[in-house]
Design a binder for this molecule. Structure first.
Ligand code: 1VU
Length: 173
């Protein structure tokens, strides 16, 4: 489309459904995460991205170029069904701190609410990303009852546990 030719960004909700198109987008996202999250082993990133309970929201430029994304895990049919755990979040290096990260998180809240019925995100934020998550309305206080998250999300050393409530009606996208 004209918008895509002019370099406009689109956001796609992607899961590993076996389609070639989604496989291509998830591979592009894996490459962005591998570059931007050097402390995460590549095999670990790959396993989570392609695992069926993980969903990704991918920012695409010019219709095909993956420039960032967020991958989160869902817990359907458990007491944590309204919760998503953000596993990875990154924007390509040359485009960081120009507002894409904020748009990405808003798109992710939109799709997580619409497609997965989520009401909360939890994440272990890297210490250098706490400022970014705070600006996206994540807090260090977890308001969700403990039995709805504890034991579900992975315990992770060296990060800060942060929570965000996804507003039920606010237009994020
Ligand atoms: O709105 P303002 O201009 O006032 O603030 C911006 C920006 O300045 C701020 N911000 C940060 N503040 C403190 N520390 C940071 N590291 C940081 N990064 C940004 O947040 C506001 C929004 O900025 P933005 O929309 O321009 O954000 P970006 O496009 O840069 O996207 C943010 C991330 C963190 C995704 C991006 O910088 C990135 O990919 N960084 C490297 C990878 C990374 O650290 N990822 C998060 C690791 S934690 C994880 O993945 C587990 C959940």
């Amino acid at each position: 489309t004209e918008r895509e030719r002019s370099g406009e960004l689109t956001a796609k909700y992607v899961k590993n459904d076996g389609s070639i198109e989604n496989g291509r987008l998830l591979t592009g996202l894996k490459n962005v995460f591998s570059k931007c999250l050097p402390n995460m082993p590549k095999e670990y990133i790959c396993r989570l991205i392609f695992e069926r309970r993980h969903k990704s929201v991918v920012i695409v430029r010019n219709g095909s170029q993956v420039i960032g994304g967020i991958t989160y895990r869902t817990f359907p049919n458990t007491p944590a069904a309204r919760l998503g755990e953000i596993a990875f979040c990154a924007v390509a290096q040359t485009l960081q701190v120009t507002g894409y990260g904020t748009r990405l998180m808003n798109w992710t809240k939109h799709y997580a609410r619409q497609m997965d019925g989520l009401e909360y995100f939890l994440t272990y934020a890297d210490n250098n990303a706490v400022g970014y998550f705070s600006k996206q309305s994540f807090t260090k206080t977890v308001s969700l009852e403990k039995d709805k998250w504890y034991g579900f999300i992975k315990d992770y050393d060296g990060g800060t546990l942060m929570e965000c409530r996804i507003h039920p009606t606010l237009p994020y996208a």
